[in-house]
Design a binder for this molecule. Structure first.
Ligand code: MSP
Length: 479
């Protein structure tokens, strides 16, 4: 039988390109990358999607402030996204842009038509409060002192004719699929949250906007058969998860990879992903994603990191000082994936010194110095399996736990060297000492494999050092 690899399709939120990405966005991408690399390590065929959500008023506003044409502005910001992903070592397979009329629009329109054919779209005059920050209609209940509490701005009152989507029709089916874990929402607290929301009733939602004269050509996916309207940005954006696979255009990837194994999202966009998106798919008669992994927020000074609040930490700045893998290390190990996690520059530095300089870096130097001085070049058999608890932690998206397991191994090996003293024994009984050192190298090699999804270039440096039987340059110099 041909050896068919298990496939693994992983998506990330396509971020709004109205400003540079901050550490919160870097966090989502790092979690996603760790997951993608873990599945590659398990020999699966992975497809990892990234992208940008471009058909928005907030982008136009930002371009105006920058004094640049919107489409030119977009190209600049997207370059910026990609630059950050490259400095973070994000191994995405495709970057989809929702202004891409060739890649994205045919599928978004095909999906619209399927939803329309199911009788789930109808036209209605609508008056409501629209928050540009959220790109969503809000209600008086959502406001504090007349302003959106997340963005600090008052919503606009809009009165317009829109297409509406019969979201209400799908509430029961979605609830049942989430309850039974056919659509698995992780962690459990988010599953409960969305179930409570669905049980309180889903209302039909506006799914299109009149095309604004001020919008440039090339922005906004036209509603099929009605050029006066463009798709509501969330309807357009959610479709990216299938259009990127060629849905409605060239189905090969779609057939191979849909349904998605995991949509990774932050907790702020749970409703869109766990209510609206499944309803769209059900309406179109398409399979639902298998799971949605919902992470918390990175806070700084106890508040959600956001441009509006002015408390952003620039990931590039941290990468410049500490290196890519240190930033990845911190985000993956020191922030609990299911809760909010605060990051301060001091906490970051302390973790670096304690666990990378003194922990991992020191161990690698210690073992490889012993190997370089005492072992001839020899084949080290490094095949082995991963500990079950490590694999299980990753399956449950508990990257911090998986890394704790790796650091337990680091500490154990360090303690063993101190107590068994191979450095002394090798002088008295070379054969015995060499065997002990070889065992240390093997254990280091297994540590390096376990690290590879999280700290890929560090893992590669360790593996190369083992191959060459040579102590590497100081991995994490004191800062
Ligand atoms: N464009 C939509 C997503 C469409 S997906 C079909 C969007 N974009 S966004 O630019 O606002 O990004 C929101 C996402 O960024 C969150 O869901 C989360 O993944 C990430 N984060 C933004 N700020 C964050 C923190 N402070 N902490 C952690 N993640 C954060 O919503």
């Amino acid at each position: 039988m041909p050896n068919v690899k298990k496939t693994f399709y992983l998506t990330t939120p396509i971020f709004y390109p109205n400003a540079k990405l901050h550490l919160g966005h870097a966090y989502t991408m790092t979690l996603a990358d760790a997951l993608a690399r873990s599945h590659k390590l398990a020999n699966e065929k992975v497809y990892f999607l990234a992208g940008s959500d471009e058909n928005t008023q907030k982008m136009i506003d930002a371009a105006a402030v920058a004094g640049v044409e919107p489409l030119v502005f977009l190209d600049g910001i997207v370059q910026n996204f990609m630059k950050l992903y490259s400095s973070l070592d994000i191994s995405y397979d495709q970057f989809i842009r929702t202004t891409d009329a060739k890649v994205h629009w045919p599928g978004a329109q095909a999906l619209w038509n399927m939803i329309s054919d199911s009788g789930d779209l109808y036209k209605k005059e609508y008056t409501g409060l629209y928050c540009v920050g959220h790109e969503a209609f809000v209600t008086e209940k959502d406001l504090v002192d007349g302003k959106c509490p997340d963005h600090g701005t008052p919503p606009e009152r809009l009165s317009e004719e829109n297409y509406f989507f019969r979201l209400s029709k799908y509430a029961d089916v979605i609830r049942q699929k989430i309850e039974s874990d056919e659509l698995r929402i992780v962690p459990h607290t988010r599953k409960k949250e969305i179930l409570t929301f669905i049980e309180s009733g889903l209302e039909d939602i506006s799914f299109s906007r009149p095309r604004k004269a001020s919008w440039p050509e090339g922005l906004g996916v036209p509603v099929p058969g009605d050029d006066s309207q463009v798709m509501y940005v969330w309807c357009d954006a959610l479709a990216n998860y299938v259009t990127a696979l060629g849905f409605g255009r060239d189905d090969a990837l779609y057939k191979e990879f849909w349904p998605a194994d995991v949509h990774i999202i932050g907790k702020d966009i749970l409703r869109f992903h766990a209510a609206i998106w499944p309803a769209m798919l059900l309406s179109a008669g398409l399979p639902l994603p298998k799971s949605i992994f919902v992470h918390g927020f990175i806070t700084s000074g106890g508040k959600k990191m956001s441009k509006t609040l002015g408390n952003v930490i620039d990931p590039e700045e941290l990468i410049e000082t500490y290196g890519t893998d240190t930033v990845r290390y911190f985000l993956l190990r020191h922030i609990s994936p299911f809760e909010d996690g605060d990051i301060t520059r001091e906490g970051f530095k302390d973790a670096y010194t304690a666990h990378l300089t003194n922990g991992l870096g020191n161990l690698v130097a210690r073992v490889m110095k012993l190997a370089e001085d005492n072992l001839g070049p020899r084949e080290i058999d490094v095949s082995g399996t991963f500990p079950a608890e490590y694999v299980e932690a990753i399956e449950n998206f508990q990257f911090n736990k998986a890394m704790d397991i790796v650091w337990e191994r680091i500490a154990e090996l360090d303690t063993r060297i101190t107590s068994e003293k191979p450095f002394a024994i090798v002088k008295e009984d070379p054969k015995k000492g060499q065997d002990m050192i070889e065992r240390c190298v093997k254990d280091l090699s297994s540590i390096s494999s376990m690290l590879s999804p999280f700290m890929p270039s560090t893992a590669e440096t360790i593996s190369a050092a083992i191959r060459e039987n040579k102590k590497p340059e100081n991995l994490f110099p004191r800062i």
